[in-house]
Design a protein around this ligand. Structure first.
Ligand code: SF4
Length: 517
């Protein structure tokens, strides 16, 4: 049989134009974040008149469906998220819902690469066609386009309030998640923190849906969480989760439920806020603009004073709003790490102009967590075969050689090796536990509080800060920082803004992309 030698250029099919999803009366499906983020995004968009629905957290059934309909060689997050969408649509079809392709659209983030993320949109379309939904519309929020998402090719007109609502909901979701991870390990009554957070999430949902400021709801949440009883005299290892964006964010099988499992193992988990990624996008855009000073425009790449001003204003507004929300919860939530500081940390190891995946952030966050004494241990979660994370893991070898005290473990998620991954993490967690204990005991001796080491001999009526009061940041562990709090003069214990927060806030405003380059 003759073999054709003709070569055809592959062209992405033109997306079906949806226009304004409100006028078209379609329901926007989305997913891939945490439960808290997704419920709040629903509230923000429903408040603007959109019909929306966050998909359930992807599980291994979604992975299997994604592998069945997807191309070979896609990465794990693509299989999970595409499979999750197809699973949902197949269920709608089984339930007899008619006209699915005209009543629903899927909204996802997109980029032009350089890793396989650049092909997600095409893979979504191809897999949906294989599953029997050839005309199902995919709307793409291009990461590089910021608030300007109305250009041709996006398939829909997404206006600024839609994107601003998304950003606000993501910030609030970050705050809820961080509070949960900070307080759950110390709650006296199991489930009490989650109960309070569920109420807070409902208050925030309604604030966003009614297009009101979420600040009163955050203050109410602070008062509600202050009613929860906590016991800080439990030394817990602090474990920072980093890695590829989706793998470190998802709460389901895609990360082997890592954050919740670590909590069950007695750790306090530091999850990465989605806000860091938004700041990274602004920072890289500013860096690219800087690099093009004096050069003629090339495609969409250009430099102008106005563009730089807008980006700087965007950065300032983002951090101001985030800090306003932090203030409403009594600064119990950490500030976002300064992008300049992260770039400086990564500079000797990773060119900050290389993009793709988490770029220099994975390396920077490891050094930041160790150097700033934020965590006893760092876990980097990467999906099987992730190109940028594999690159980062190679660089981490040098980082660990230069920081021999760092406890770091990189794990790869493939959907079917949960026990193997957990046993690798367990080995290092054992060491982190020992460090947290040693730090607590030596500080207790040093501060003359050795009597607290024996639970049976602890004095009754020991003063305790309200759960939402920030502790000093003298050591890594929360229990050790509580000992420092006990040693503060009583008049300083209830300072509304601790000096550590002021120092951190000042550091964040010393920004210059050149410093990180
Ligand atoms: S960062 Fe890794 S897992 Fe994520 S899209 Fe790129 S290659 Fe895939």
């Amino acid at each position: 049989m003759p073999v054709s030698t003709e070569v055809h250029q592959y062209r992405l099919p033109e997306p079906r134009a949806v226009g304004d999803p409100r006028a078209a009366g379609v329901t926007i499906l989305f997913g891939g974040l945490t439960e808290a983020h997704e419920r709040l995004v629903e509230g923000a968009w429903e408040g603007l008149g959109y019909r929306v629905r966050g998909l359930p957290t992807p599980d291994n059934e979604a992975l299997a469906i994604g592998r069945e309909y997807g191309n070979r060689g896609m990465c794990n997050p693509a299989y999970y998220t595409i499979g999750n969408l197809i699973k949902f649509l197949l269920r709608l079809r089984q339930a007899g819902v008619p006209d699915i392709e005209n009543r629903f659209v899927y909204l996802t983030a997109g980029s032009c690469g350089p890793c396989r993320f650049g092909m997600y949109e095409a893979e979504y379309r191809r897999s949906l066609a294989q599953a029997g939904f050839p005309d199902f519309p995919i709307l793409v929020v291009q990461q590089a386009d910021g608030l300007d998402q109305s250009q041709e090719g996006s398939g829909a007109k997404l206006e600024r309030p839609f994107l601003l609502g998304l950003i606000r909901a993501l910030m609030l979701g970050d705050i809820l998640n961080e509070l949960g991870h900070a307080l759950r390990p110390y709650e006296c009554e199991r489930g009490s923190v989650d109960e309070a957070l569920d109420e807070g999430r409902r208050w925030l949902y309604w604030a966003l849906r009614d297009r009101e400021s979420p600040v009163p709801a955050l203050r109410r949440l602070r008062r509600r969480l202050d009613e929860v009883a906590v016991d800080y005299l439990r030394p817990r290892p602090k474990v920072k989760l980093t890695g590829e964006f989706w793998a470190q964010t998802t709460e389901g099988d895609g990360s082997y439920h890592m954050a919740r499992w670590l909590e069950q193992e007695g750790a306090e988990v530091l999850v990465e806020p989605v806000g860091t990624w938004i700041e990274y996008l602004l920072w890289t855009r500013l860096q690219r603009s800087h690099d093009r000073r004096g050069l003629p425009r090339e495609g969409r790449e250009s430099h102008s004073g106005m563009l730089e001003l807008r980006l700087r204003l965007g950065e300032m507004m983002f951090s101001s709003v985030y800090n306003t929300y932090r203030a409403a919860v009594g600064f119990r939530v950490e500030p976002l790490a300064s992008m300049d500081a992260l770039a400086r940390y990564a500079h000797d190891y990773y060119n900050t102009r290389i993009t793709g995946g988490e770029a220099f952030l994975e390396v920077a966050k490891t050094i930041y967590s160790v150097g700033r004494r934020k965590a006893h241990m760092v876990i980097s979660i990467k999906p099987f075969g992730c190109m940028p994370s594999t690159q980062s893991d190679g660089v981490q070898v040098k980082v660990l050689a230069d920081h021999p005290d760092a406890l770091f473990v990189a794990v790869e998620t493939s959907g079917d090796s949960e026990v193997h991954v957990q046993s690798r993490v367990q080995m290092m967690l054992q060491e982190a536990r020992a460090r947290a204990r040693e730090e607590f005991e030596s500080t207790a001796q040093r501060l003359g509080l050795a009597g607290l080491l024996d639970p049976a001999a602890r004095p009754a009526g020991l003063p305790h800060p309200a759960p939402m009061a920030p502790l000093p940041r003298r050591a890594v562990g929360t229990a050790t920082n509580y000992l420092w709090w006990l040693r503060r003069p009583a008049v300083l214990r209830s300072l509304p803004v601790p000096s550590e927060v002021l120092a951190e806030a000042l550091r964040r405003y010393r920004r210059d992309p050149e410093k990180g380059a």
